[in-house]
Design a protein around this ligand. Structure first.
Ligand code: ZN
Length: 58
């Protein structure tokens, strides 16, 4: 469990992130602002598709 704390992997590309270069957003870790933006866009797209369906339990 010693390495549990240093397992910094980018949520988008899965690359290992150098210590000190980790960008934490949305409770996830990213290697670059570009991938933060990519993940954010993904979240927005997901939200949109859910809303489009209207939801089943509203
Ligand atoms: Zn990345």
């Amino acid at each position: 469990m010693i390495f549990g704390l240093v397992g910094n992997k980018c949520k988008v590309c899965g690359e290992k992130i150098e210590k000190g270069k980790v960008i934490a957003r949305h409770g996830k870790k990213f290697c670059s602002d570009k991938h933060v933006e990519e993940y954010r866009q993904e979240l927005i797209d997901k939200e949109k598709s859910v809303k489009k369906r209207g939801g089943c339990c509203g």
